[in-house]
Design a protein around this ligand. Structure first.
Ligand code: SF4
Ligand code: SF4
Length: 176
């Protein structure tokens, strides 16, 4: 994918939340815990030598005009990214406020994304540390803690109210 363009007037400023919520494989940093090299609110202590994953990272607040100032990550305590070649919207939640994504205006927007995702079988995820939830327009599936290499699957199931999507965790050793 081409690199995402940062919107005019947007910058990280004093935000460092991705250094807490994101997993950084290169330095074995788990999601949901501050990186040892982060100076929260100030920046990266090893900025010139930071891993390529950090160098290449741009959150959706910086690039997507659909996300207003409410979504500034250090204020919202949420970092929005795209995963799986853009087929999944992921909302990474600061574990200090695990239900923060349910506040307005965030939940309304997340549900709006979930409705759009229904059309072409994309998914909207909420990630809180290792835990993942899949959000559909009228339901949620809490997949619990995800292990390294686990994947997320979804299927349609016929119910008395019509077809409904449901999500499930695919353990890393299980063939799809
Ligand atoms: S979460 Fe986004 S705005 Fe905040 S530091 Fe990371 S890239 Fe910058
Ligand atoms: S290495 Fe630097 S940029 Fe990367 S997560 Fe740690 S503090 Fe953040």
């Amino acid at each position: 994918m081409p690199p995402l363009q940062v919107l005019e007037g947007r910058s990280c400023g004093s935000c460092t939340l991705c250094c807490k919520v994101m997993k950084i494989a290169e330095i074995d940093k788990p999601p949901g815990r501050w990186c040892a090299d982060c100076r929260p609110g100030a920046g990266c202590a090893i900025y010139p030598q930071r891993p390529a994953e950090c160098r290449d990272f741009t959150c959706a607040f910086l690039t997507n005009p659909d996300l207003g100032e409410d979504w500034r990550p250090d204020r919202a305590k949420l970092v929005v990214t795209l995963e799986g070649d853009g087929r999944m919207v992921a909302v990474h939640v600061d574990a200090s406020q695990p239900d923060g994504w349910r506040r307005r205006p965030f939940l309304d927007k997340i549900k709006q994304w979930a409705r759009l995702a229904e059309r072409d079988d994309r998914l909207v995820l909420v990630r809180i540390g290792h835990r993942a939830l899949v959000v559909f327009p009228d339901s949620e599936f809490d997949l619990g803690p995800m292990e390294e290499g686990d994947r997320i699957g979804a299927r349609r199931r016929m119910t008395h109210a019509g077809p409904r999507r449901e999500a499930f965790r695919i353990p890393r050793d299980e063939p799809i």
